[in-house]
Design a protein around this ligand. Structure first.
Ligand code: ADE
Length: 226
């Protein structure tokens, strides 16, 4: 998989080299390339924003540099992703879908966002996903792109040492939150590991974990229950 990220803060993406994605890059499974949007500016001040038509607070990212940047880094088979709090919610299902793509291009906006014509123009040529990390607002798309890339790359076949762990984690095959987990010692600060986990009885353990998953999901995320 090839991932291109266009941003005015390429250094924001540096942690990718340290994270799980770093290993995937070394092994050649994924190649991540970041680009500075200002490389596609043509004015002396390398300006990327301007005041919004219609008035209002804040600045809007100019279409010119964005159009040229996307023309340069996209490919026939790519999917363009625009992180924005105004997008559809990025879920594990979306991550799994994107993990099957050969080329992802992230367009990270700042300020009040990117001129909508950039997104509309891109959508005429490539699939475009405007995606939100959740119901909160970040200063720009970079941190969202970082999170989305990590979520996608760990689902690329061959990335996980033990793919079975993908099915067991939160938002796994059953869509429930993960059960609580414990390791040694069996007693810590007077707190015991649930007895069933020490029993060696695989069916009882599986049933207990399922119960815990359902109870946790009902309490914290009832919207996820079937
Ligand atoms: N950019 C700013 N806020 C965001 C969010 N919540 N999700 C994705 N991109 C964003």
């Amino acid at each position: 998989m090839r991932i291109d990220v266009v941003t005015i803060f390429p250094e924001y993406l540096a942690p990718l080299d340290l994270s799980l994605a770093g290993r995937a890059q070394e092994s050649g499974l994924v190649e991540v390339v970041t680009h500075d949007l200002r490389d596609w500016t043509t004015d002396r001040h390398r300006s990327v924003d301007d005041t919004p038509y219609g008035g209002g607070a804040g600045m809007v990212m100019r279409p010119g540099p964005w159009g040229d940047a996307l023309d340069a880094v996209t490919s026939a088979e790519c999917v363009v992703i625009v992180p924005t709090p105004a997008g559809e919610v990025f879920t594990q299902a979306v991550a799994a879908e994107l993990a099957t793509c050969g080329h992802l291009v992230f367009a990270c906006g700042r300020y009040e966002g990117i001129d909508q014509r950039v997104v509309d123009d891109a959508a005429d040529r490539w699939p475009v996903r405007e995606l939100s990390l959740g119901d909160f607002v970040l200063n720009g798309g970079e941190v969202a792109a970082l999170a989305m890339i990590e979520a996608v790359v760990r689902l690329v076949p061959g990335f996980m040492g033990n793919p079975a762990s993908l099915a067991e984690e939160s938002h796994g095959v059953d869509g429930l939150l993960e059960y609580p987990v414990y390791t040694k010692p069996a007693t810590w600060r007077g707190r015991e590991v649930p007895e069933v986990l020490l029993s060696g009885h695989h069916e009882r353990i599986a049933a207990w974990r399922r119960e815990q998953s359902v109870a946790r999901t009902a309490e914290r995320r009832p919207d996820l229950l079937p």
